[in-house]
Design a protein around this ligand. Structure first.
Ligand SMILES: Cc1cc2nc3c(=O)[nH]c(=O)nc-3n(C[C@H](O)[C@H](O)[C@H](O)COP(=O)(O)OP(=O)(O)OC[C@H]3O[C@@H](n4cnc5c(N)ncnc54)[C@H](O)[C@@H]3O)c2cc1C
Length: 309
């Protein structure tokens, strides 16, 4: 492969702006290029990892010993109510293309950074909508056999921030089809703009972070759920409480370790204030988990993916 590069800085490729250099780095688009990159890595006995938009990952400060494969582009194609896109296409471009074509179903996902493939893998969602709701099929590359397999929606096992692709990291998403419904172009543009404005009002979206760091956990403790309701005037959804509320409740809003900080606007955002290391973020995440567990008896689990640790 001609476009393999050595010693490539990973930090600028992530929204956290954290991470050292990859020994080997390659950008791939489509099945053939992905297969070639993996073959090169196998031939040279290199460990591999895959990412795309970099909006939900942290790489180690020391970098990645092996080959980092970044899935990019892939194109968007619309036929009637079905939109097909490559895994490396930006989710925002998919949302924009759907709305411009008068297709409804993903307008509330406007503003979620990262790629279409990354969104499907984590079943990204916001404001009650999740990408998994509209997926009709996904093409996956099976790392172990080199085969391509199609997964219909039922087989994708979508759940809250999860899918079969997250549970089985050796299935790499190549592309997917989503099925949308007919909408009014003008209203869709309005909903998109309103969604972007709401997101920005809750938290500036262009800061160095990976969005919500922890998933919203299931909380069985009814007293805690009642406390949440009293405090916010809203009921817990599906017996889950917002991780941000729990972190705040444990007194960690604004807590800092090195350059990493629990956002004082949105406590489930751990942010890089400028010079945070991966170690700072991990120590802060560990402190948050320990305090929430000890004080509230709730186990938090990262939504952000640590790669190469
Ligand atoms: C400011 C901000 C706001 C955010 N808001 C939201 C939100 O509202 N809702 C939400 O759900 N998320 C949100 N996120 C998190 C993030 O944008 C999503 O998780 C996004 O879908 C990740 O996509 P990505 O391409 O950036 O994935 P990456 O960060 O590149 O990778 C994340 C994981 O997915 C895997 N992966 C990536 N591409 C593929 C592929 N093609 N095949 C298999 N595995 C793959 C990687 O190996 C890694 O484990 C936010 C992030 C930021 C920075």
């Amino acid at each position: 492969m001609s476009n393999i590069r050595k010693n490539v800085s990973l930090a600028p490729l992530t929204t956290f702006h954290i991470g050292g250099k990859a020994d080997y780095f390659v950008e791939v688009s489509g099945t053939l290029e992905l297969a070639e990159a993996l073959e090169y890595a196998d031939d040279h006995h290199l460990t591999t990892c895959v990412f795309s938009g970099g909006s939900n990952v942290i790489f180690p400060d020391a970098g990645f010993r092996g080959m980092v494969i970044r899935i990019v582009d892939g194109g968007i194609h619309i036929s009637q109510h079905t939109l097909s896109a490559g895994a490396g296409v930006k989710l925002s471009d998919v949302v924009q293309a759907a709305c411009a074509a008068g297709l409804s179903g993903i307008e509330r996902l406007a503003g979620i950074p990262g790629s279409f493939g990354g969104a499907i893998r984590g079943n990204a969602g916001a404001f009650g909508a999740e990408i998994g709701d509209v997926v009709s099929s996904v093409k996956g590359f099976l790392r172990e056999t080199g085969m391509v397999k199609e997964y219909k929606q039922d087989a994708c096992l979508f759940g809250y921030r999860t899918s079969i692709f997250k549970q089985h990291p050796k299935i790499l998403i190549l592309s997917a089809d989503i099925k949308l419904s007919l909408g009014d172009k003008e209203s869709l543009q309005w909903i998109m703009a309103e969604t972007l404005a709401t997101r920005e009002s809750k938290h500036p979206q262009d800061i160095k972070c990976a969005g919500s760091f922890f998933m919203n956990p299931l909380v069985r403790d009814t007293t805690l759920r009642e406390e949440f309701q009293k405090d916010t005037g809203t009921e817990s959804k599906d017996d889950k409480l917002p991780a941000g509320w729990l972190i705040d409740h444990a007194g960690l809003r604004g807590k800092k370790i090195g350059g990493a900080m629990v956002s004082d606007r949105h406590p489930n955002y751990l942010i890089n204030t400028g010079n945070a290391t991966a170690e700072d973020v991990m120590m802060l995440a560990s402190l948050v988990k320990t305090r929430v567990r000890d004080e509230l008896r709730v186990k938090l689990e990262e939504e952000v993916q640590y790669i190469g640790f």
